[in-house]
Design a protein around this ligand. Structure first.
Ligand code: 5GP
Length: 194
């Protein structure tokens, strides 16, 4: 079992509706030593690839993506969920359905921050049905940039996103893959990974 799986077993909580709550260490209160370790682990897994930008989506991907970007020594860009008055110039836009909030959002990146030369590593905290990653892939590809990899902290392997994205040929690395979880007993089982 790796460091993240151990932490999920210790502090994660299984909620009804296939939701795993990790807000005491990952996406509300953040354990910075753990975030650093996550950053180093993604560097180990994607370090052989050329990466010029790390891309994520607000809000909960930002913390992890910062530590990954620091390891690679490149900027981190996050897609914004609403059009703020500060956004100017041409925009790259995708529609994303939120798994946790069950609504649809437009996500936006200013075109000036992704160019056709960029080699992009996309990072997020969770992978469920894959809508968030599909949106980020679509934004990257509409900029003419290249998706070099997808890095996820926690994939829920019983939902379809991971299978679909691997079948599409993307290099997807998830640090923990939850195979099953039970909100009555609290039991969490992980997929064995090499
Ligand atoms: P997807 O788009 O793959 O269906 O869902 C991924 C997004 O939904 C992530 O950005 C994450 O913020 C949120 N999410 C999905 N499943 C969970 C979950 O079990 N727990 C938490 N905390 N967030 C989740």
């Amino acid at each position: 079992m790796n460091f993240l799986e151990e932490r999920i077993l210790k502090d994660g909580q299984v909620k009804p509706g296939n939701v795993l709550k990790v807000d005491s260490f990952l996406n509300h209160q953040m354990d910075i030593s753990l975030m650093e370790e996550i950053g180093r682990e993604f560097k180990r897994r994607f370090g052989h690839k050329e990466i010029t930008k790390v891309l994520t989506i607000e809000a909960s991907g930002i913390g992890i993506a910062c530590f990954v970007a620091k390891e690679f020594g490149v900027p981190m860009v996050f897609a914004k969920k609403s059009k703020s008055v500060n956004l100017e110039g041409e925009m790259l836009v995708a529609e994303v359905e939120s798994f946790t909030h069950k609504n649809r959002n437009q996500v936006i990146v200013a075109k000036k921050f992704l160019s056709p030369e960029d080699k992009v590593l996309i990072i997020d905290d969770f992978l469920a049905n894959g809508c968030a990653l599909q949106g980020l892939i679509s934004i990257t590809e509409s900029a003419g940039a290249t998706v070099q990899g997808l890095g996820i902290a926690i994939e829920k392997g019983f939902q379809m996103g991971g299978g679909v994205l691997r079948n599409l040929g993307y290099h997807l690395e998830s640090l923990a893959i939850v195979e099953s979880m039970n909100d009555e007993t609290g039991e969490i089982l992980f997929r064995e990974q090499k």
